[in-house]
Write a protein that binds this ligand. Sequence first.
Ligand code: PLP
Length: 394
Amino acid sequence: MPGRNFLFIPGPTNVPQRVRNAMALEQEDMRAVDFPKFTLPLFEDLKKVFKTKTGRVFIFPSSGTGGWEAAVSNTLSPGDKVLMSHFGHFSWLWVDLCQRHGLNVQALEVPWGEGVPVEKYAEILKADKNKEIKGVFVCQNETATGVTSDVAAVRKALNDANHPALLFVDGVSSVASIDFRMDEWGVDLCVSGSQKGFMVPTGLGIVCVSQKALEARKTAKLPRTYFSFDDMMGANDNGFFPYTPNTIYLRGLRESVNMLMEEGLDNVFARHRRMATAVRKAVAAWGLKLVASDAKWYSDTVSAIYVPEGFDGNEMARHAYKFYNVALSISLGKIAGKAFRIGHLGDMNEMMILTPISAAEMAMHDMGIKVKLGSGVAAAQEYLCSTKQQVRAL
Ligand SMILES: Cc1ncc(COP(=O)(O)O)c(C=O)c1O
């Protein structure tokens, strides 16, 4: 088949050529004497991505779900009370994981399209006079609905209640593409994965952990082996791993962190905001609605877009794949079929973002959805032209 298949799902994301080149390697000895020269600076630089000076970063050969399990199993005990909320497929799966680990989960059900209900969290934390809640959970970016929540506001709610619970953040589809500040926001555990903002194939669960959470592991009684922080620390301190690491992906991660540092995190976030805004301009021009119900929830990494009633967004996404070689993302769970998604994170630029907008228009047109061909593309172009920046110093 000539030409490329274009990928615009919210992870795995496009892997830049530089990262692919960095991974085109022979296998290597993960116990070689010079291996720590590679790993120790990588751990240090990852801390910069999470914006922590005092925390530490673990890298597990897993996807983000393994990172969730690591965060929970190392710091909590069976029966511990935790405060969570769910408003999409992924925030729900984290609730499910905690329930299956035997935690006493208070899970607030929030309408899809909204995010973490900070005021309710604040009330519950204030009312918890005996400080029974051991963990408070935030899905910073709900990938199923394209909703971003306010982590700093949850930290404030904890502080206002003078509450010592650990703050857990799912940063799988936000870290390295939406602002995240481990130390400033007092986050204790932040879970991410390699295949989204980090632009590496799926296969690394990346977890940033505060000193307070590391202390909690000493009394936490949930069983852990593969995901043990203790085992990791014992080996990582010397630049090694307690079992066979995925060296190829670590080399890819090294290159992606180089790229993030070269661009500058603030520029990375601004670029994501710009790509997301271009998509939102197109959605408005189509006369369609985002699943995110208010601008304060808008995600800069993924947009979930409702199709008009009577049409199937997933069928439309499959149509784009089948006829136009573009992978748009289907909608999941409660809104399955009612929407489709465009992932606009990672290795993304102006010309790339016009592709899913154009493909969505063509597929909607074919499905009989009343959208004027070119209208979304034009709106996005208009916005990108009016905010253009020189991309090359010549
Ligand atoms: C917000 C969020 N959390 C967790 C996960 C689970 O991560 P993984 O599929 O890498 O296990 C995903 C996956 O898309 C996600 O988007």
